[in-house]
Design a protein around this ligand. Structure first.
Ligand SMILES: [Cu+2]
Length: 468
């Protein structure tokens, strides 16, 4: 114990000269490992400057150790088994037992020391995406530092200079390591009142990630460039993504970072939000406007804020409809509009398990008891109070409740709509339809009329070249 204390004092002396302390290695903090994929309660700071902590969707915040005024964190890069939804586990790479890694929360001006131990089968490094820091701490393998070899621990040290929303990820064999799930969130809270950073009641964060995992298998294919089949928030897919539970009239902030290969228009129902921060920090108030969809491009961070002043269960999702689906069969023929009735019965006599899909859209999929390979999640699923939600992937629900206690993140169940406030079936008379056969009033009529052509819209999996 005495020896250790001596080391810590030594570290403090070295810190004063603002260089990486080699003594600090002797006092490597115990790594904290998280076994659960559930959303953990906010981690209120026990020391250092005070702040309102964030809640990481299906994730957690990494505890730190205060060492002579320096916040010390210990990240372990390692293979992990991530439950992406109940019944669906993926073999990923991550940090401290999960993918994504734990969220790191610090305060503007904090001196931060991060120990990174590499338990992967290959070298790695960490890039602190968006931070102001000394060039040698930026984490680009070969450019700023040698790679961290397998089995070794490196130390990163810098001051969190500006408040905002950040990410961390490897900058070594990036294609493989990010495709395998190596990433994490970073939040730097403001140290004092900032005119462009409001105090909020709820502060959520998550990363957008995508994987190509063949149905029935466990490991993503890192060679995939565009054709991903698993679209996730914090390596979870609907219905495995936790709901965002807030109290009526709470001011809510949601921070989103995109580490996939495509953009995601994130859409909130029932409310308008403002983008209050981007990669570059808080957005000046005069430059904000209301929206209901925020496009988060590749490598970007966006922070949205709204007043939760409409009670209910509000959908919150990526607006690319293929991103609210799970593992699609990419080689499925397009059968919309093809009438198979009668045919299926005949084929069923020959092949008892035969099933026709897609002739009246894909909604049937949710009701079919189709045999799936092991470790596969249905394409669209998730039961709500009125049937299947017919969603997968990047979808969750913002639950606004009058009786949600302050600072309580429990799911209070389905919203009970007041009588007379829900869509209902019309049971009265239907007027005769009066459809026009005109294709529109063109002011530039053709001199030689063309033969009429009708086209069929192909949807949704027209061929195997399924691009996003
Ligand atoms: Cu998307």
């Amino acid at each position: 114990m005495n020896t250790r204390r001596a080391f810590l004092t030594g570290a403090a002396v070295t810190m004063a000269s603002a260089s990486v302390s080699r003594h600090a290695l002797a006092g490597l903090p115990e790594p904290v490992i998280q076994a659960s994929p559930n959303t953990q309660d906010p981690l209120f700071p026990k020391n250092g400057r005070d702040y309102n902590p964030v809640v990481t969707l299906n994730g957690w915040t990494l505890p730190w150790r205060m060492n002579n005024g320096v916040k010390e964190f210990h990240l372990i890069a390692e293979p992990v088994v991530r439950e992406m939804a109940p019944g669906f586990k993926a073999h990923l790479w991550g940090y401290n037992g999960q993918s994504p890694g734990p969220t790191i929360e610090v305060v503007e001006g904090d001196k931060v020391r991060i120990f990174v131990t590499n338990k992967l089968p290959e070298h790695t490094s960490i890039h602190w995406h968006g931070q102001r820091l000394p060039n040698g701490m930026d984490g680009v393998t070969g450019l700023n530092q040698p790679a961290i070899p397998a089995g070794k621990t490196f130390v990163y040290e810098f001051t969190a200079r500006r408040p905002g929303t950040f990410m961390y990820h490897p900058h070594a064999d990036e294609m493989t390591q990010m495709a395998m799930g190596m990433m994490g969130f970073w939040v730097t809270h403001p140290k004092e009142k900032n005119p462009n950073i409001d105090v909020v009641n709820r502060d959520f964060c998550f990363l957008l990630s995508s994987y190509d995992i063949d149905p029935g298998s466990f490991t993503p294919n890192p060679m995939t460039m565009l054709d991903f089949n698993i679209w996730s928030w914090n390596s979870r897919v609907f219905p495995g993504i936790d709901t965002l539970n807030v109290r009526y009239n709470d001011k809510v902030r949601i921070r989103i970072g995109n580490l996939t290969m495509t953009n995601h228009p994130i859409h909130l129902h029932g409310h308008e939000f403002q983008i209050t921060g981007t990669d570059g920090g808080p957005t000046p108030k005069a430059n904000r406007w209301y929206e209901v969809t925020a496009d988060v491009a590749v490598g970007q961070m966006r922070q949205i804020e709204f007043l939760a002043d409409e009670e209910g269960d509000w959908a919150f999702h990526c607006h690319k409809s293929h991103h609210t689906m799970n593992a699609m069969g990419h080689d499925m023929a397009n059968l919309i509009g093809v009438d198979h009735r009668g045919m299926a019965g005949k084929i069923k006599k020959l092949i008892p398990d035969y099933m026709v899909m897609g002739e009246r859209g894909m909604a049937d999929m949710t009701e079919m008891e189709m045999p799936l390979p092991d470790n596969t999640i249905p394409m669209m699923t998730g039961d709500g109070p009125y049937g299947s939600v017919e969603m997968g992937g990047m979808f969750s629900v913002v639950k606004v409740r009058k009786n949600q206690p302050h600072n309580d993140y429990k799911n209070s169940g389905w919203f009970k709509q007041p009588p007379g406030t829900q869509a209902f079936e019309w049971k009265g008379n239907k007027p005769a339809e009066n459809r026009s056969n005109s294709a529109g009033n063109s002011s530039m009529n053709r001199v030689h009329p063309q033969p009429e052509i009708e086209v069929q819209v192909k949807k949704p999996a027209s061929n195997s070249q399924h691009k996003h």
